[in-house]
Design a protein around this ligand. Structure first.
Ligand code: SF4
Length: 222
């Protein structure tokens, strides 16, 4: 995987114990991503450091997953903490094929992440039915129209909402971490225990994050 690096165990307060995969912001992002020049959290320290390190790195994903199995009790891999599934604004088919093969060959490991370019990914033939059950790529959407489009194409989506007191729509749930924070409470879960974004039990359920002015700041955000 070009422009990619990984760490087998990160115990971020929000995500809980997970392996993280970083890709270089910019070159692996779709140029259409609205956050690229407007508050992308991955351009801030410390994620920016990982993004920079990923630039010259090629990740041997097969070997990485073997290490995850040994070193990470959660066996969950969070993709694209920085970056996306593109390379020079084209869908990175090599990256996606390696992801699919890695997931198929390691059914005990759960892999998930978000893309800001789901339509192009879909057009390139990487439709949701091509992903094995232990691999979830969510569509990060920025409007109701985009959410409807993602849904119609069979994608699980994640969107941000300014009015977090508002009820989530049909087939949507508020991220419990953001919901707790919106009420000024300490979250009682982590992504590793919540699993709404990636567990197949929650297929068809879409995620709503709280809008943060200037972009989502938390690692683990969509
Ligand atoms: S909804 Fe997603 S981002 Fe929020 S806590 Fe659950 S797994 Fe994490």
């Amino acid at each position: 995987m070009k422009g990619t690096s990984g760490i087998t165990l990160s115990d971020n307060r929000k995500t809980g114990p997970m392996a993280n995969v970083y890709r270089t912001v910019g070159v692996t992002c779709p140029s259409s991503c609205p956050l690229l020049e407007r508050g992308c959290y991955a351009k801030r320290w410390p994620v920016a450091l990982h993004s920079k390190r990923a630039q010259e790195n090629t990740l041997d994903f097969k070997a990485f997953l073997s290490r995850v199995r040994k070193e990470n009790p959660s066996k969950i891999v969070r993709l694209n903490v920085s970056g996306d599934v593109f390379l020079n604004d084209e869908v990175d088919t090599e990256f996606l094929n390696e992801l699919i093969d890695g997931a198929k060959n390691n059914p005990d490991i759960t892999i998930y992440g978000y893309t800001h370019g789901f339509e192009k990914v879909h057009q390139a033939g990487f439709t949701p039915d091509k992903f094995p059950d232990n691999l979830t790529l969510l569509a990060s959407v920025d409007s109701e129209e985009e959410a409807a489009k993602a849904k119609s194409l069979g994608w699980k989506y994640a969107r941000v909402e300014r009015d977090y007191d508002k009820k989530a729509g049909k087939d949507e749930v508020l991220c419990p971490i953001d919901a707790a924070k919106a009420k000024g409470k300490e979250p009682k879960t982590t992504c590793a225990t919540c699993k709404l974004c990636f567990d197949k039990r929650y297929e068809g359920i879409n995620i709503v994050f709280q809008y943060v002015k200037g972009g989502r700041k938390k690692k683990g955000g969509a």
